[in-house]
Design a protein around this ligand. Structure first.
Ligand code: FES
Length: 154
């Protein structure tokens, strides 16, 4: 069930778009801001509100890789695995993150603090390799810098 706040915020977006369906990404972001991720029941409720099929909305949510369809940790680490970062040391960063956190891609630490996910180009290829934690971009990384950055979120 959508909370009254979620419903109100989604409905407030409607006048800004030519049709209800066009609000779908904003609606997903609103629910994720409130809940940390987007559960199946929210997909159904948003779809009903926007008069679209739950399957279509789920396709959008699944395609858009900043919408989480499973619970995530308090901090989400998005490690770029596109070509510039791959050339500039992505694999060393991935290994260090996995060692430090004890998780692989798609997993969350036991204490619920971090989720590690791959992401396509973060748009900062001239400062590769890069990752993002929550809304913070970290660039020109080395494994030792990754250690220092993780400390700030512990
Ligand atoms: S390839 Fe990683 S930021 Fe572009």
């Amino acid at each position: 069930m959508l909370s009254p706040e979620e419903r109100r915020e989604i409905e407030a977006e409607l006048p800004h778009y030519p049709n209800k369906e066009a609000v779908c990404i904003d609606a997903l972001k609103i629910v994720q801001r409130h809940r940390g991720w987007v559960p199946d029941e929210s997909i159904r409720d948003i779809a009903e509100l926007l008069e679209m099929s739950p399957d279509d909305l789920d396709s959008v949510a699944t395609f858009y890789n900043l919408i989480y369809r499973k619970p995530v940790g308090r901090h989400v680490i998005l490690l770029c695995n596109s070509v510039s970062c791959w050339i500039m040391g992505y694999e060393r960063l991935r290994r260090r993150l996995s060692e430090q956190l004890g998780i692989q891609f798609g997993e969350t630490t036991d204490d619920g603090r971090f989720t590690l996910l791959p992401i396509v180009c973060l748009g900062t290829c001239d400062h590769a390799p890069a990752l993002m934690i929550d809304n913070d971009l970290h660039r020109d990384l080395t494994p030792d810098l990754v250690d220092q950055i993780l400390e700030k979120y512990r």
